[in-house]
Design a binder for this molecule. Structure first.
Ligand code: NA7
Length: 528
């Protein structure tokens, strides 16, 4: 197995329970994946903590107390360590083991795996759990190496505390990460310059502590909570609005949105009128509502307008959730630098130079995102049965069978793979479905003495078409964010690219479909 993050920890547990000889190769020096790496201030869940945690063990659910409705990174990392120790999983993990290449050996029907250290492994089956946002991407500005201050990507925020007091900080990027970090450090730094290329829509997280009594209540309702998550499109603990958008008056819609704006988490998406995701007019009205909220929270009207997206509708890119983000711009020490007016030219020894002026900085934080979904695959040379590499096969975007396997690469399984429902729905809920499916398949092939399996070409093509159809129905198809694979910092992923990275048909339909495949004897999968 590759990867000891949220997916890998559960997957190795299931393999060990099957009594298989399995290990995890993890590139980092410890477990935790996303929650090991992203140590920037303000980093936290925006799924309800108790829906993010694993559901597979009643004991675990009873033993763990979530302290906040949306738990922060240090606590999340503690949780993952707690799980690994609770089930004694660490001894199956090899750290500092970055896989560089994998080659399929058709004669022996095994994968030959080579690490960056030169060490090699062989394995009949390989399961990847390498994350959807695990490869950070730096902006391509000249002069960064000449910058005399400190500079790093949020994903590489140092393990040792970074002093903020008395320092002037620049943050490049206003995605989910930028919005979290800006809101958190605004009152801790001397000066904060936010370099914004395009604003994002963002709504309140509405976080709160969870008391002992509340946690006891959540524990007593876990079955109900997970059943609700399993029944909803996005996999969240919020039921969708049943009334149709156009059947109610604008006043009734506004009243509903007023309620959702103060409801915790992704309720504003999950419990909204579904029409806002498909119907341009409905989306425009919703966007105008959120724009009004931003205008109401930012004192300077010019700054408020700059913070309101004009090029995409509400929730058509990944919706960042915020805590007093907009109020940060009411502080005297926080300045919005609009790169649409004056783009960044380069880094200088003292800071960042735009076409308008130079900004002197002590610390430059790149919240500039990731080579999303396929980035971790593209960093390895994976050579399959037909001689080509996975990178070559996926040059114009990934092609998979339900995000679980890909034709031409036998005995290779993916958890949270491209074109699964993981990236588009409540992540850990989706990965549990994926891990359960992968485990069932591994159990089937090992018991049946099957030594080679591979997704059929026709079956994969059919799924690819379904993935396209689902994305093309939604307004998300037009957005230029990581959901659709747009990233000008990654070679070949910039202007004019459309990638089909996730399945947008919803968690219940996805789960129902993959369950049916298994029940019908792995339809579409060729086995020998
Ligand atoms: P995102 O959502 O991809 O956001 C990256 C941000 O960085 C976005 O605002 C970009 O602006 C900006 N960016 C990227 N490159 C540059 C350059 N060169 N100059 C200026 N600004 C730039 O990544 P996040 O880390 O915020 O979020 C990723 C996911 O992590 C999130 O969805 C959660 O699931 C957790 P742009 O919009 O491209 O103009």
């Amino acid at each position: 197995m590759l990867g000891a993050g949220v997916s890998g920890i559960y997957q190795i547990k299931r393999l060990v329970d099957l009594g298989l000889d399995a290990i995890v190769l993890e590139a980092d020096e410890d477990l935790g994946g996303t929650w090991y790496r992203n140590r920037y201030p303000g980093c936290r869940f925006d799924s309800e903590s108790y829906t993010y945690g694993y559901a597979f063990s009643k004991e675990l659910l009873n033993e763990w107390h979530w302290k906040e409705r949306f738990s922060s990174q240090p606590e999340n990392l503690r949780y993952l360590n707690f799980v690994a120790d609770r089930f004694d999983l660490r001894r199956h993990m090899v750290f500092d083991a970055r896989v560089e290449a994998m080659r399929w050996d058709e004669r022996e029907r095994i994968w030959q795996i080579t690490l960056a250290s030169g060490e090699t492994y062989t394995s009949r089956f390989v399961i990847t759990a390498i994350g959807v946002l695990s490869i950070p991407v730096m902006p391509r500005y000249e002069g960064l190496s000449e910058f005399e201050g400190e500079a790093f990507h949020t994903h590489r925020w140092p393990n040792d505390p970074v002093p903020l007091e008395g320092r002037t900080v620049g943050v490049i990027g206003t995605g989910a990460t930028g919005i979290q970090v800006i809101a958190e450090i605004a009152d801790k730094v001397d000066g904060l310059f936010v370099f914004q290329r395009r604003p994002n829509w963002s709504t309140p997280l509405n976080n709160a502590p969870i008391s002992e009594d509340e946690m006891a209540d959540i524990r007593s309702r876990y079955d109900e909570i997970f059943a609700r998550c399993a029944s909803t499109h996005g996999g969240f603990d919020h039921l969708p609005e049943r009334r149709r958008f156009w059947d109610v008056t604008p006043e009734e819609r506004k009243a509903h949105w007023d309620k959702l704006y103060t409801t915790p988490g992704f309720a504003i998406m999950a419990a909204n009128f579904p029409e806002i995701f498909f119907d341009e007019e409905a989306n425009r009205e919703m966007s105008e509502y959120v724009a009004g909220r931003i205008r109401g929270r930012v004192q300077d009207p010019v700054t408020a307008e700059k913070l309101i997206p004009k090029d995409h509708g509400f929730a058509t890119q990944r919706l960042p959730l915020e805590t007093r983000y907009y109020e940060a711009y009411n502080r005297d020490n926080v300045h919005l630098v609009d790169l649409a007016e004056a783009p960044i030219e380069r880094f200088s020894p003292r800071g960042i130079r735009t076409t308008a002026r130079e900004y002197e900085l002590d610390l430059a934080v790149m919240a500039t995102g990731f080579d999303a979904v396929t980035g971790a695959w593209d960093r390895m040379e994976i050579r399959g049965a037909e001689g080509c590499t996975l990178g070559e096969k996926w040059r114009d975007g990934p092609r998979t069978y339900y995000g679980l396997m890909t034709h031409g690469f036998p005995n290779l399984l993916m958890v949270a793979g491209p074109q699964s429902a993981s990236g588009s729905t409540n992540f850990p809920r989706a990965i549990e479905s994926g891990v359960d499916w992968v485990t069932r398949l591994i159990e089937h092939v090992t018991k049946s003495r099957i030594t080679r399996f591979e997704a059929g070409e026709g079956a994969e093509k059919q799924w690819h078409e379904e993935v396209i159809t689902a994305q093309e129905r939604m307004l998300v198809r037009r957005a230029r964010g990581w959901f659709t694979g747009y990233n000008a910092n990654v070679e070949g992923h910039g202007e004019g690219t459309v990638r089909y990275l996730a399945y947008w048909g919803g968690a219940p339909r996805y789960k129902e479909r993959i369950s049916r495949i298994a029940e019908e004897g792995y339809l579409g999968v060729e086995m020998e």
